[in-house]
Design a protein around this ligand. Sequence first.
Ligand SMILES: [Fe+2]
Length: 257
Amino acid sequence: MPTLSYITNDAAKRLTKQGKITIHFPHDFIQGIMAGWHEFLREPEQYKQQWTFAPATNGSKEDGYFLRDGTPRGKSAVRDDFKEILHFREHLPLLLRQRGVSSSTSYHEWLANMEELRVQCARTAHAIAVGLDRLHGFNFAEQLRQAEDISFIRLISYDLFRSRNAGRTIIGKGHTDGGYLTLHIWDEYPGLFIGMGQDRMLYRGMPNTALAFCGDQAERATAEVCKTLYHQVSDERTLMPQDAATRDAIIYFADLF
Ligand SMILES: [Fe+2]
């Protein structure tokens, strides 16, 4: 398969050297996932909140749906523009069933599509880990396998009009990601700026590709052999009222802990 065959020692080498790689990544499920996401976003807020699972304990993760209303959330948080987010881990359908959240048939398909995408992402992250381990003697593949249930897909929908009306553009704070590896799978419109200073550039994702880069956990675990990639989301389109009011993206965060 192209995804796995592409992730060779050479790709791992380029990832450590350049801090990022573009990989082949089939976008088969994207359309269905975005259709389901848009349908979900149109649900009443009360229903959407039934899909919200706040961290149960200190150190556990948030699952499901979250509305960020522009309130900054602590010093490490990327500045919060108006956006809606869904975090998908394998256990989300189970959490919904346990809570007794009724969902239409189309959401069953939507969740199944997200699970397919999650597996595809986990395999890709694993393949990159194998390449890095082979090259440098790290232990990422095994650590990732043990932590697979904490890695997650994020669907994100920035609300451009609400942000504009609050006197903001969609400009996130520049940052590095905290996990092991990020797969920037798809965005509706280019807006991801990567690198700093003279190296700063707008990433333009082509169909059936993803951008892979390392986060803080990888940098720390490898004494900076794997370097994080500084990035920032900025979307300064001039929008007409009839234009789409959101900026959508799909990202996968592979975390070791
Ligand atoms: Fe990020």
